[in-house]
Design a protein. Structure first.
Length: 272
């Protein structure tokens, strides 16, 4: 008569837990590296707050001509929440990945004993943590100016998550198009800030205007508008801006496709 062996957890479960621990440990290292440079950390997180304070001092109690005539400061808080997400997950992420590639850090990651996907995901999650800190900070600063929080929390949270994932994916695609460290700052920031200017960050843009019709094709305006609608819900409209989420997801998918086709671990100045 055979005796059945006692059931034990599958090795796959152990491997899954071990991978999660490895990701968590690497995220901790990435965060330590980020906070050990307090000057860079301050300006990375505080840049959007500084902009908000400047815009509030110039806007005063003025109201917008769009979004049901709300105060400009009520418009600027969600707008700069969107800016903080895009800054941490896109522009800074793209420039840092180019720097890591060109000084050989990506090549070292490739040669490390830990799985590459764990190390890369830790980098992405660390940037999203920084973006999340910026979001919380902006909400708190907005409260100090008498700005209410999101009118609809679930659409707001979903938009923030979709925005972080999509812009991180776009950053990886843009990274493969930048040839070296010297070109990283100008190539990323010039395009980024031009799109910000024409997407409604600095001033509200009517949805029917020619500028809005053009920038609606880009994810920058889509993130700003989607967060605006979840933050400042206009009666009679839906807080869920599904078309905005879809456009951001499509751009994120394009970023992943470009990254997979063009990704390089070695510095281009050497591989070229």
């Amino acid at each position: 008569m055979s005796i059945a062996a006692p059931s034990t957890p599958t090795s796959g479960n152990f491997e899954g837990l071990a991978d999660i621990k490895l990701v968590g440990r690497q995220v901790r290292f990435e965060q330590l590296s980020f906070w050990l440079n307090p000057f860079a950390a301050f300006f990375t997180i505080g840049f959007s707050t500084i902009f908000l304070v400047i815009m509030e001092s110039t806007a005063g109690k003025s109201t917008t001509g769009t979004l049901d005539g709300i105060k400009l400061i009520q418009y600027y808080v969600p707008a700069f929440i969107a800016y903080g997400i895009m800054s941490a997950c896109f522009s800074i992420q793209a420039m840092q990945m180019v720097n890591r590639r060109e000084i050989g850090l990506l090549k070292r990651l490739r040669l490390s004993p830990a799985p590459t996907w764990i190390l890369l995901n830790a980098i992405f999650i660390s940037s999203m943590i920084v973006a999340l800190i910026e979001v919380v900070l902006m909400v708190l600063v907005g409260r100090g100016y008498g700005v209410h929080g999101p009118a609809n929390w679930l659409p707001f949270i979903v938009t923030v998550v979709v925005g972080m994932v999509s812009f991180t994916a776009m950053a990886m695609g843009v990274t493969t198009l930048v040839p070296n460290m010297d070109a990283a700052g100008p190539a990323v920031n010039i395009v980024f800030f031009i799109l910000l200017a024409f997407s409604g960050l600095w001033f509200p843009i009517g949805n029917g205007s020619a500028v809005a019709k053009i920038t609606n094709y880009f994810p920058v305006r889509r993130l700003i508008i989607s967060i605006e609608y979840s933050f400042n819900h206009i009666p009679g409209t839906s807080p869920w801006q599904w078309s905005d989420l879809v456009v951001m997801a499509i751009w994120g998918a394009i970023g992943v496709f470009v990254a997979l086709r063009r990704w390089q671990w070695s510095p281009r100045r050497l591989s070229g």
